[in-house]
Write a protein that binds this ligand. Structure first.
Ligand code: DX5
Ligand code: ZN
Length: 215
């Protein structure tokens, strides 16, 4: 299992140091949650912050856009140093155009689905994305409970990708801990996002090690 700690649960006043701390603790990617106060009822970070923390690690930046019009901000997040940009299929932007715009920057594209959106919604885009992110909480806030009933969607997406001979990573986001990571692993998840589970742990390196060992 690969682990992408979410900076949403870090100390925002010390973000650079937090990135260094979590890199040293064994993170595989850094997950950055972008919220606009419209698509979700919370406001977090924008391209300026992504750019500011970029020099603190060489780990890939996995930028999760929870915004109404992702296509309008792809250039800014790509320029800020994103390596992967994921956006919601429930947003207002055309998915194919948004995927093209992301890939036009030479970076990886992914689509995200909220808990209420069926797995089949991602099928038309499977041949052009690097990753599918299946939300295991309602997007907007850290520290919520893992929705185990999202795992059949993971299984369905992996099965459809395999049927078409596509190598697609599936990531889950929300409520991942040493208790819930096994259900994700069982379903075939490749990457888990973890905010509170890693940043609020007494020993983040140990928390990451446990998550990584789930396979
Ligand atoms: C929620 C965000 C998540 C969040 C996960 O909208 O997309 O990335 O940080 O936090 P935890 O791991 O605490 O559920
Ligand atoms: Zn996220």
């Amino acid at each position: 299992m690969k682990v992408a700690p979410s900076l949403l649960s870090c100390d925002f006043a010390k973000m650079g140091d937090e990135v260094i701390r979590i890199d040293k603790a064994g993170a595989d990617l850094i997950h950055l949650d972008v919220m606009d106060g419209h698509f979700v009822p919370n406001i977090t970070i924008g391209p300026a912050i992504v750019k500011a923390v970029r020099p603190y690690t060489e780990l890939p930046f996995d930028v999760h856009l929870m915004i109404d019009y992702p296509i309008d901000y792809i250039d800014a997040f790509a320029d800020a140093g994103a390596d992967i940009i994921t956006f919601h299929l429930e947003s207002m932007s055309d998915p194919n155009l948004t995927i093209e715009k992301i890939k036009g920057h030479g970076i990886k594209a992914g689509v995200v689905i909220k808990p209420g959106t069926p797995a089949e919604a991602v099928f038309p885009y499977l041949d052009r994305v690097y990753m599918v992110l299946v939300m295991t909480v309602e997007p907007g806030f850290g520290g919520q409970s893992f929705m185990a009933d999202m795992m059949p969607k993971v299984t369905a997406i992996k099965a459809e990708a395999a049927r078409r001979g596509l190598d697609i990573l599936v990531e889950v986001d929300g409520g991942i801990s040493d208790k819930t990571v096994y259900a994700a692993a069982e379903a075939g998840v490749d990457i888990v996002v973890s905010g509170t589970g890693v940043f609020k742990a007494e020993d983040p390196a140990e928390a990451i090690r446990i998550l990584k060992s789930a396979d």
